[in-house]
Design a protein around this ligand. Structure first.
Ligand SMILES: Cc1cc2nc3c(=O)[nH]c(=O)nc-3n(C[C@H](O)[C@H](O)[C@H](O)COP(=O)(O)O)c2cc1C
Length: 425
């Protein structure tokens, strides 16, 4: 959207101030001046205290601080920032908030940052404040963010998503005018009032076969845009009760055509999305897929057929063969009847089961990973290849550097922050 236009979908309590074209500030080349980083923030440099028992050494580097390579992507440590919606976009565009937020993770040593759920179509946003990548114009700001991460030496990916029956919802801290929503265009494999996620969500309508193809094509087009922005990877969002998960789970997929019924049919949409993304993203770069390993309704009376770990393992093999390199293992989100019992590392057992059952597919564990020792244990016990954290990064954008200190690892600081280092870090 040109800066001269105001947005009909701007939140009522926003501070969005369009700049008149005549007042556009000049572009200063100096703003793209960067100080070189001799080592990527978060990379292993040595022990903090070599005299301590089991101090890290060249042949005894904690796994969390060993680089990880998949295809042409090498990340300096095994710590991933999980995708987190910030509800800070206007008309899907990334903003300076994202630059500052993602930038701060990069400055502070995260191995790989996966940007938030980013809708491949306007009706695929969870809320009017969600990010999007359905328009070529949305690439510019994204590229600025990617370039910033890259000059720090960091790596970044983006989660491509369609919110399915959970779209057009209210954002947590911003009030939008009714014109910002799309209640008539909330799409899902199957529609009807009985498939409303809860009474605060919209009634979904069933996708036609032609519309299914349009969504698949939109995933491909968004992957091409992510590639143009210079993304190191893309993550397909197949979790948390959004469109792909709606297709996978018998709880939300009641279709009688070749996209519903058997597991093969319910997985067809996902596999076609994977194919479209793979075809539009450079072959030498990896693709991640986020899944919910279970609908978490096994304890719920009256539900007989749901999405469970055995099916996740089966589709993990199919997506691996279709070109997915890394599975990011989450759970739940497809029904308000779910029973989630959260505790530190609560989803790691799902990651572990998939890792054991599906060779050739790297696995990310996520879910209340709080410190370096816990993260290292997940890797040492071979339950996952990478560890992701969400909320821990919101509390501590320098989580990776804190984790290093806990493991007696001297990790690289960005030059600008290097005077923050003491003899104990
Ligand atoms: C503010 C916030 C926004 C989130 N947005 C997304 C998202 O865009 N995509 C996604 O797959 N998961 C999202 N999640 C889930 C996180 O990626 C993560 O899986 C979850 O918070 C559990 O990990 P944690 O205990 O380390 O936070 C979000 C979580 C939070 C707290």
């Amino acid at each position: 959207m040109p800066s001269s236009q105001s947005s009909a979908t701007a939140p009522v309590n926003s501070t969005y101030k369009p700049i008149a074209p005549s007042k556009n500030r000049p572009i200063y080349p100096q703003e793209n001046y960067y100080i070189e980083q001799p080592a990527t923030p978060g990379a292993y440099l040595g022990p903090i205290d070599a005299s301590l028992p089991n101090a890290p050494s060249a042949d005894n580097i904690p796994l969390l601080f060993q680089p990880f390579t998949i295809k042409d992507l090498t990340i300096p440590n095994r710590i991933v920032v999980a995708p987190m919606c910030m509800y800070s976009s206007l008309d899907g565009f990334f903003t300076n908030f994202h630059l500052a937020s993602i930038g701060s993770f990069a400055i502070n040593g995260a191995g790989l940052i996966i940007q938030e759920a980013t809708a491949v179509l306007p009706n695929g946003r969870i809320t009017p404040g969600c990010a999007g990548l359905w328009d070529d114009a949305q690439v510019y700001k994204l590229k600025e963010i990617v370039d910033f991460v890259h000059v720090q030496g960091g790596k970044v990916g983006i989660q491509l998503a369609h919110a399915g029956r959970k779209a057009s919802a209210g954002a947590p801290y911003t009030k939008y005018p009714e014109s910002a929503f799309w209640p008539e265009d909330v799409i899902a494999p199957s529609g009807g009032a009985h498939l409303q996620w809860d009474k605060h969500h919209r009634v979904p309508r069933e996708l036609s076969l032609a519309e299914i193809q349009q969504v698949i094509d939109a995933f491909g087009a968004a992957a091409a845009r992510a590639s143009r922005a210079g993304m190191d990877t893309v993550e397909i969002h197949g979790a948390h009760g959004y469109l792909i998960h709606n297709f996978l789970s018998p709880l939300t997929n009641q279709r009688t055509d070749h996209y519903g019924g058997s597991l093969e049919n319910r997985a067809r949409f996902l596999l076609e999305v994977v194919k479209a993304v793979r075809a539009n993203f450079p072959a030498e770069k990896p693709i991640f897929l986020r899944v919910s390993a279970s609908d978490l309704v096994e304890e719920v009376e009256g539900i007989e057929d749901s999405w469970e770990i055995e099916q996740t393992i089966q589709i993990a093999k199919w997506v691996r063969d279709a070109g997915v390199d890394v599975l990011h293992v989450s759970s739940g989100g497809n029904t308000s009847q779910q029973k989630i019992l959260t505790s530190p590392g609560y989803q790691v057992p799902f990651a572990e089961q998939i890792k054991r059952a599906v060779p050739g597919l790297a696995v990310v564990a996520v879910g209340i990973i709080l410190d370096g020792l816990q993260a290292e244990e997940v890797l040492k016990s071979e339950k996952a290849d990478l560890v992701a954290a969400g909320r821990t990064f919101l509390r501590h954008p320098n989580f990776a550097l804190n984790a290093a200190r806990e493991l007696n690892v001297k990790a690289a600081f960005s030059q600008q922050y290097s005077r923050g280092r003491t003899i104990h870090s």
